[in-house]
Design a binder for this molecule. Structure first.
Ligand code: GDP
Ligand code: ZN
Length: 300
């Protein structure tokens, strides 16, 4: 017997929890050293004779992967097959919209959808600044909404957007990512998830990442590595593709290789001047281009 549509739902270094096609969950080891499954991976697995464990023998091709550079500068895969990034900002700590744009850029480049969520609406005293940004995200085609993990505002809306999708929650520390995840999971399920995590954590090392099923469908991958994730770009040229309104305007630039900085006939720049592209988004774009160029100069 083999199961060719199993999904990795939790990882503990080289041990995995796998959900089989029939919904059954088993623990699994990995065949060989070369295979490196991550949460969200679809895998081929087979039971090991006379053992409770299963063996992961192969990883199915990934739709996409979330990566970050490891300490040696190589790409480390954090999660695979994501439909959606939930990018969280909040009334407190003071929102850093540049970080939000970095996450949105990453989502765009891996072909995942993104939802901008502005949490702690219950303590927001002045909505003017966040409204400008949320309205702009809506205008360029993202789902964007206010929520509160404390009073429940917007939580049903997020749950509805996640139905049938596998998502991860990203954003600065303290914005309320864990609180939102807890709010999305109903109490019964939350208890089960906590208990099974504890059992496994006691037996193996620490949990690296876990996929939590949501009561109204869909799932959320939670992982410490993912929480402080910052996207790495291969080249500055990629950055424009991560900003959908810039990528669209770029089609009308005079030069095909326009970087939208100081080139003549740059349509992106004229859209910024006329206000149809937000100055602030354009500033994020330039910052990402500069950062990527510094990194590719080998200065990190
Ligand atoms: P994380 O670091 O992004 O996972 O953030 P946490 O979920 O740990 O939340 C950080 C702090 O913000 C905690 O003290 C939470 O109680 C608080 N918090 C989270 N969501 C809300 C919210 O919607 N409103 C308010 N007022 N506080 C919140
Ligand atoms: Zn241009």
């Amino acid at each position: 017997m083999t199961d060719d549509s199993a999904t990795v739902i939790a990882t503990y270094s080289r041990r995995m929890r796998v959900k089989l096609a029939d919904g059954h969950e088993v623990e699994a080891r990995i065949k060989g050293k070369r295979l490196q499954p991550v949460c969200g991976d679809r895998v081929f697995a087979e039971p090991i004779a006379n053992e409770g464990d299963w063996l992961i023998t192969e990883i199915a091709p990934r739709d996409n992967e979330l990566t970050r550079p490891d300490t040696r500068g190589r790409a480390e895969v954090l999660a695979a097959n994501l439909d959606c990034l939930i990018v969280v900002a909040a009334a407190q700590p003071t929102p850093d919209w540049y970080i939000i744009d970095r996450y949105l850029c990453a989502a765009e480049l891996i072909g995942a959808a993104a939802i901008v969520v502005f949490n702690k609406a219950d303590i927001e005293t002045d909505e003017t600044a966040s409204s400008v940004e949320l309205d702009n995200y809506l205008r360029i085609g993202y789902d964007a909404l206010r929520c509160s993990a404390v009073d429940g505002t917007g939580i049903d809306e997020i749950a509805a957007l996640l139905r049938g999708r596998c998502a991860i929650v990203v954003g600065q520390s303290g914005v309320g990512k864990s609180s939102i995840i807890n709010r999305l999971i109903d109490d019964a399920q939350q208890r089960v998830a906590t208990i099974s995590d504890k059992t496994l954590e006691g037996r193996h090392t620490t949990v690296n990442s876990v996929m939590i099923p949501l009561p109204h469908g869909g799932s959320v991958i939670d992982s410490p590595g993912v929480r402080d994730y910052a996207p790495a770009l291969q080249s500055s040229g990629e950055a424009a593709n991560g900003f959908r309104e810039i990528a669209e305007a770029a089609q009308q630039c005079r030069f095909a290789n326009c970087r939208h900085l100081r080139e003549p006939g740059c349509h992106v720049k004229s859209c910024v001047d006329s206000g149809s592209i937000s100055e602030r988004r354009y500033a994020s774009y330039k910052r990402i281009v500069n950062l990527t160029e510094q990194l590719s100069d080998g200065r990190y």
